[in-house]
Design a protein around this ligand. Sequence first.
Ligand SMILES: [Ca+2]
Ligand SMILES: [Ca+2]
Length: 338
Amino acid sequence: MRTTVLCTTLAVATACQVVDRKKVANVLDTLQAAMDTAALVPPPPPAAPGAALVPPPPPAAPGATRTLTVPGFSTPESVLHDSAQDIYFVSNINGSPTAKDNNGFISRVRPDGAIENLKFIEGGRAGVTLNGPKGLAVAGDTLWVADIDAVRAFNARTGAPLDSFKLDSAGAVFLNDLTIASGAIYITDTGIKFDDVGNVLHPGPDRVFRIGPDRKITVAARGDSLGWPNGITVDPVGKRFIIVSYGPRKAVLGWKPGDKAPKVIAKGAGGFDGVEVAGTQILVSSWTDSTVSAYESGQEVKVITGVPSPADIGYDAKRNRVLIPILTGNRIEIWQLK
Ligand SMILES: [Ca+2]
Ligand SMILES: [Ca+2]
């Protein structure tokens, strides 16, 4: 009996709330209608006789439009277009960038945005070790992956592990991106660590490692002038490497093996991560202002804005698209360049 009374009371209270909400909603609707009909915006003053009618300048044309968003990743760090297979590879750190948790994985994504295989290569399965995979590069049928203090190779068609190089004994701290030139692999070491609450520390040193065709591991470049080197790519136009700094140097750098120090091509917002040469453009992603900008003129030209935590971008030359891993958003965004 008590239960019934309680239920009835509750029912009445709920009904009353519904009525009250309706009343409030009606009042708000009335107010809104009144405001809509009221002339809140004063009419523009009449044009002075003889004044030239100058139209306002059109807004700056955006350099790109977002065509696809693909969710479902786990701390994606890099997207790479394998033009031979016409497929996108996505590296997934899955957890802390420095944790040797053997849960990293590489996805295969079709250019239409369909995830063909989320865990095409996965740490802990089929003899694979993969902790916090970051930069990717492909040469023929071999997919190369930077993984904290190791560089690993996989068959790009089957995912089978092929080879690995340990750089821990060479002192690798935070291997980040890699690129291939003349059969040698060049790998950046950003020299960063994270403290217990996630602050970025930079014990350094900043380096570019080289793994030669003879499997010899050497330090190709070293020093603060690298500015916490993150992305690296080959610039076939300038016949040089382009390296972008994640740290306070905020520099887009040109470098050739043997150079004492890299040359500053341009400075920008900083917090740079990925770099791609797209035709004549040098595209660089920035965590600082959530953009992808072009730097080939020596000046920053914003091409894509509103992309938070844009990590190691890729470029699909077949479709003229920029492929952006939104690291903290667990998605990739595909942008069409004009
Ligand atoms: Ca991991
Ligand atoms: Ca990176």
